[in-house]
Design a protein around this ligand. Structure first.
Ligand code: 6GU
Length: 250
């Protein structure tokens, strides 16, 4: 069955890239289903109000729980009681105050049948929306990094792309997902294609040697070198058995 992804937002047009390029092709091929919903369709006032001032004072506006409550009731179905394996969707709430999104979480989300992304704007969504939803489904408040965006829409695009490319059939070449950065805990090293010499710069000889063991060793060393320089935290986090004797000699 295709992965079903729903996004609730006050800016549905911001999610248009979900239907472009690689993701659009996955949708066309029936591997992923995407629904984008305008939060304002669950308002009842003429101004279609989605926010109000914060209790306790302070700057900005907070998104109203009543509107979000109705939206989630409509978009997140209860699991079918006839279907023993039926699961409630996972609700993902993008927020800079969330746990960090990483490749491990992308892999977990790619195993789910249904994801719902609740995009907040302004200062955030009334916390009771998340607290109440937790009684009915898995809820993850997730940040894509240590910087602040104006809303969850772009963070949702990032997460959906990271998840969708892990679904079998979405990538043209299935090995690319298992060999890229983070699948072995290291950054990917450099890569090259024709021409052999470009603006006086030659492709490293070993890559044209036909010696596959030497190529593998060279690639592994470049990955180790790059990771050590750019992301020493990744090397520190690597289980010791992930480093061979040859890796240590590098
Ligand atoms: Cl998930 N949302 C917003 N608004 N800002 C962020 C973020 C998410 N992750 C990092 N910054």
């Amino acid at each position: 069955a295709p992965l079903r992804i729903d996004v609730i937002t006050i800016f549905p047009e911001y999610l248009a890239p979900l239907r472009a390029a690689l993701l659009g092709k996955a949708v066309d091929r029936g591997l992923v289903e995407i629904g984008v919903h305008d939060l304002r369709s669950w308002t009842h006032d003429v101004h279609r109000t989605v926010d109000d001032s914060p209790y306790g004072g302070g700057p900005g506006m907070v998104m109203k729980p009543d509107v979000w409550g109705e939206a989630l009731d409509a978009v997140c179905p209860a699991p079918d009681p006839e279907d023993a394996g039926g699961r409630a969707p996972v609700l993902v709430v993008p927020t800079p105050a969330g746990r960090r999104f990483d490749q491990a979480l992308a892999r977990e989300l790619a195993e789910e049948p249904r994801l719902v992304f609740a995009c907040g704007r302004y200062e955030g969504i009334d916390q009771r929306v998340v607290d109440e939803a937790e009684g009915r489904m898995r809820v993850l408040e997730v940040s894509i990094g240590d910087y602040v965006l104006v809303g969850g829409e772009v963070a949702t695009l990032v997460m959906v792309e990271a998840v969708a490319r892990l679904i079998p059939g979405v990538l043209g070449n299935p090995v690319s997902a298992s060999e890229d950065s983070f699948s072995d805990g290291l950054l990917e090293g450099p890569c090259y294609t024709r021409p052999e010499v470009w603006r006086g710069r030659a492709v490293p000889d070993v890559l044209r040697s036909g010696n596959h063991a030497a190529v593998d060793r060279w690639r592994r060393d470049r990955a180790l070198e790059r990771t050590l320089r750019r992301r020493p935290d990744l090397l520190d986090a690597l289980p010791p058995e992930e480093l061979s004797r040859a890796d240590r000699a590098f």
